[in-house]
Design a protein around this ligand. Structure first.
Ligand code: PEP
Length: 314
């Protein structure tokens, strides 16, 4: 078979790593118009989060799951040392899923020192829209870069609700992060009230469209989207895999309508009370590409359990 795209690193057969049924569940079937899939055989380009493969003569884009820990305002020098040591001790078994941590700002230099030489990237939980100057308490994108950050979370629901960050400001943060060379993790999601009113899709579309309007749809491929239903964050109430998949598919379809290539590449994480015992079911859904993890990212064993589930999903 002639490989036209030099980035294709593998030719997959349907028995290579999964039984054919598993491939079909992921929409990877002959003649599929949306041959998006994930697979263990692809050598993911770490910096991109996706790879290429050939499956039954069709070029497919395969997304690499990303599990990122959002530590929020938790930790001390001692607990960070212990947590990172635990994650490093267990990361050897996780060879296909990308694993990242987002500590509070003050622990980023410690994360940089302790994660040097590991495959684990780190990031910030927020950033300023300004580059420097009289903005007390703020941290600029360039400062995150100075300390080796790869990712930065923007628009987390706690920033939106507790600190009044609106769609336009979040979009600006996405743009500033992207321009600096950081990968923004854009959080979107509805409150319980919005879900009960039946406006989940309107809310998620509005949050997504703010970024698309400012930056264009192609910008999304430089970042990651995290669907985090606000009612599931830190509450112990996880969205069912079906419900989460519904919203993930809605997000991907909205992007597909504007740029199918971007939609195939962009990773959409789920976030909201994900734990080792519910992670596998969520990760098995075709449009769920990893997780943004709060509470469970503070214990190495729980976090690694989720990473393992993501790793085994591809
Ligand atoms: C989060 O804060 O991004 C989050 C998903 O939190 P938790 O996992 O604790 O619900």
């Amino acid at each position: 078979m002639r490989i036209l795209n030099p980035q294709i690193t593998q030719i997959l057969t349907d028995t290579e790593s999964h039984p054919p049924r598993a491939w079909e569940e992921r929409g990877l079937v002959a003649g599929s118009t949306h041959p998006v899939a994930r697979g263990r055989a692809v050598d993911f380009q770490r910096s991109k989060g996706y790879g290429y493969a050939l499956f039954r003569g069709e070029e497919v884009i395969m997304r690499q799951p990303l599990v990122a820990g959002n530590w929020k305002m938790n930790g001390s020098v001692g607990s960070v040392r212990e947590l990172l040591a635990g994650i490093k001790a267990g990361i050897g078994d996780i060879d296909k899923c990308e694993v990242a941590v987002c500590p509070p700002y003050v622990f980023i230099p410690q994360a940089q020192a302790e994660l040097a030489g590991t495959p684990i990237p780190w990031g910030g939980q927020n950033l300023s829209t300004e580059t420097s100057g009289a903005f007390t308490g703020e941290v600029a994108a360039s400062m995150l870069l100075d300390f080796g950050c790869t990712y930065v979370i923007v628009g987390h629901s706690e920033r939106r609700t507790l600190y009044g960050e609106g769609d336009a400001l979040v979009a600006k943060k996405f743009a500033v992060a992207r321009a600096a060379g950081l990968k923004p993790i854009l959080c979107v999601g509805e409150t319980l009230d919005e879900r009960e009113k039946g406006v989940t899709e309107d809310v998620v579309a509005r949050q997504l469209d703010a970024v698309i309007k400012l930056e264009g749809v192609r910008a999304l491929a430089d970042g990651v989207i995290a669907y985090e239903p606000v009612w599931a964050i830190g509450t112990g109430k996880t969205a069912t895999p079906e419900l989460a998949q519904e919203v993930h598919a809605f997000i991907r379809k909205r992007i597909t309508d504007q740029d199918a290539e971007v939609a195939k590449k962009v990773r959409i994480q789920y976030g909201g009370s994900m734990k080792p015992d519910n992670a596998a079911e969520l990760m098995a859904k075709p449009d769920i590409d990893g997780g943004l993890i709060g509470g469970a990212s503070l214990k190495a064993k729980d976090f690694l359990g989720i990473c393992k589930a993501a790793n085994d999903s591809i």
